[in-house]
Design a protein around this ligand. Sequence first.
Ligand code: ARG
Length: 447
Amino acid sequence: MTRSDSFINWFRSAAPYINAFRDRTFVIAFGGEVVADGKFIALTHDLNLLESLGVRLVLVHGARPQTEARLNAKGVQPHYVNGTRVTDALALGCVIEAAATLGFEIEALLSMGVANSPMAGSSIRVASGNFVTARPIGVVDGIDFQHTGLVRKIDAEGIRRRLDDEEIVLLPPLGYSPTGEIFNLTVEEVATATALALNAEKLIFLTDTPGVINSRGQTISELTAQEADELLKSGQPQPEDVAYYLPCAVRACRGNVPRVHLITRHVDGALIQELFTREGIGTMVARDTHDVLRQATLDDVPGILALIEPLEADGVLVKRNRTLLETEIDRFSVLIHEKRVIGCVALYPFPGEHAGELACLAITPEFRNSGRGDHLLRRVEERARQQDIRELFLLSTRTGQWFAERGFQETAIDRLPQAKQALYNFQRRSKVFVKKIPDNIPHKVNT
Ligand code: ARG
């Protein structure tokens, strides 16, 4: 593929997202670190880009390192209980100072019309205000959290009006009470409550690490709210900020936010990659679908047969009879919709070669083009990773294009594992495709 081909392919594949995101609300949350590290300038360009595509943006910032610095300067030890600051009067003063300063800094950066930048000449209007009403956490397990609060109400109507006027709304980690008090809130609390109140399309957290990790320390690309909840209950340690954000992701999905994303703040353009590619870069937590994707059992055999027989008749899939299917059922995953098998896929490992064959990927006609094929593909990739499979290959006569768009490359027959080459059916003249399974580098975990 030439460079311009791949650009054109990429642009075409991004178009549906561009279309889907117009006039939708995204709530983007980030800790004060993003500004402290000087990373906000790059982010500004991407926010500007989103804004120019008609995305309605609400930014929520934290102020922890800046608050800490102020407390340190006063020689005070910060006081946290389970990750939540106990805010006494002195700490509240520091939080307010830190948040105010940061707010101005962020506004300044968003106002910057950098000549020579991709977005030179465009301007962003920023709105802030008393959109968040808070209440005190109070005394929990004998600890008085004092000025630390929780969100009581978000003025969704007020925020919507600002967004209607094409402004970006910037929210600090603070809220006010009806009696005029100021409360210190966490960035994730404000962001989650705001996304829920606005019926946001997305809630996005910028994180210090690549995303949510599995027991092998690998980044999980996608999981449902249900799976995320189970992961949390399993006690699997997560990087510190992910540990704060993931429960919020579950809460948002269980409300009405369809997708929550956790994306590294350390990779330039990560936001764009996550939003405009199918596979993204970080972790996406999606509201539970009605579909269930699970390991196939013998009871699924009739359903799988009904699904693949028309495709076999068409010559798209190789013929598999009932007995073969029954013996190989452990290799299959099925996608169930309203108790019916609407999709299947199989993975045949070749452990000696650290390779695996993806086979028999099928979706019922009425459910095609709904992203379910991608769902099955991701499942296989995830399973492959768990089984230490580094290369996924497949044979295809007609569906090569679909796989090529998803990172598979055509290759020669002799690249197949030996055992598979022996079985290659020269009459069928299938093309061979291969994809490397990125071996995620495990990263440091703070427990
Ligand atoms: N670009 C799509 C979206 O924004 C899909 C992102 C998938 N991300 C992932 N980490 N699996 O909804």
